[in-house]
Ligand binder design. Structure first.
Ligand code: LMR
Length: 334
């Protein structure tokens, strides 16, 4: 009798645990390095909201903004190890992973407009780039926009000669390294989370980023001058650990793909406006003098920076660069 009671109790405990297990949500840890109040931060929040709703709570998305979980380099390693499931690194951060082709996005003046960029990210070039991630154990889900970059320092940066000898923080991209050298500066690779302090203490003299990142990291408080140069682009690839993604029940994966599609639309729709507002907020702060390049200055910047496209052909692929330039030509840019 006692044995029977014990067995029944055990059976019911086991059934309960199996039930609890079946109902335990699938957790997606989504880590990124920027503030929540940015195009990427807001896109991530929208994805969480839509994903949890679409899966009726079967999936729980945990967001870790502002490098609270991992910094730049660590987050890529953590994704490959499966310690985190989702990231949205900037396109400049895929080189160290061995996918150098992503650095095509870093080439100075490669995108004369956002329309050209969209043709690249939404067309066959974007698809091919995402495919290259698979051999690294990564699935690419979407491209998210941020914007064109500004340059900052504690001196006005009007012409390339103004960069001479300046230590400029860059992301871990060989193209950005070459870009800064072409301007006469000394590039220094550094994690995003360390930039504010490095600027404040003078470890580096200046940096580049779209205004949304400058403002939300308060970089403008430690940079007296900012130049609206739009010399290069910064955007993201939302990526997941492939093994994790492939192991999801097909219906859940489909719901998450839908949520990602809508979150991407949202993030891409707000990016320009977020950057315009951030630039305005920097201006209003009165802490940083803002200079917009004149046409004559633009000519000088282009003279030293456009050749970086050619110089990087061996690294990125001549054909890839040509195919991006073809998208520009298709829209009437030469
Ligand atoms: C950086 O400068 O590292 C930024 O691109 C970070 C980001 O993800 O926007």
């Amino acid at each position: 009798m006692l044995l029977k009671t014990l067995l029944l109790a055990l059976a019911s405990t086991l059934a309960w645990s199996a039930d609890a297990l079946a109902q335990a949500p699938i957790v997606i840890k989504f880590s990124h390095v920027v503030a929540s109040d940015t195009p990427k931060g807001k896109g991530a929040e929208r994805f969480k909201e839509l994903a949890e709703k679409a899966t009726k709570g079967r999936v729980k998305v945990e967001l870790y903004a502002n490098s609270t979980l991992y910094k730049d380099k660590e987050e890529m390693e953590a994704l490959q190890l499966g310690a985190v499931q989702m990231l949205a690194p900037s396109l400049a951060k895929f080189g160290p992973l061995g996918v150098k082709e992503f650095e095509v996005f870093d080439l100075p003046y490669i995108f004369p407009s956002k329309d050209v960029l969209n043709r690249v990210t939404e067309g066959p070039i974007g698809k091919d780039l995402m495919k290259k991630l698979e051999s690294k154990g990564i699935t690419g889900l979407a491209f998210w926009d941020n914007g064109f970059k500004v340059m900052s320092a504690n001196k006005p940066l009007l012409v390339p000669a103004d960069f001479k000898g300046l230590k400029m923080r860059v992301q871990a991209s060989k193209v950005l390294d070459a870009q800064m050298r072409a301007l006469g500066a000394n590039p220094q690779v550094m994690a995003f989370s360390e930039v504010y302090q490095a600027l404040q203490t003078g470890v580096v003299d200046g940096t580049e980023n779209p205004p949304s990142n400058v403002y939300t990291q308060k970089m403008h408080e430690v940079q007296k001058n900012l130049t609206v140069s739009n010399h290069g682009y910064l955007g993201y690839a939302v990526i997941v650990n492939k093994k994790f993604w492939d192991s999801l029940p097909a219906d859940v994966r489909g719901q998450l793909e839908g949520a990602m599609k809508d979150a991407s639309k949202y993030s891409n729709a707000i990016a320009q406006q977020e950057n315009d507002q951030a630039l305005e907020a920097i201006r209003k702060s009165g802490k940083t003098a803002i200079h917009v390049l004149t046409d004559a200055e633009k000519v000088e910047w282009r003279k030293v920076l456009v050749p970086v496209q050619k110089a990087m052909e061996d690294r990125i692929g001549k054909d890839l660069i040509a195919s991006v330039n073809k998208e520009s030509a298709a829209l009437g840019f030469k």
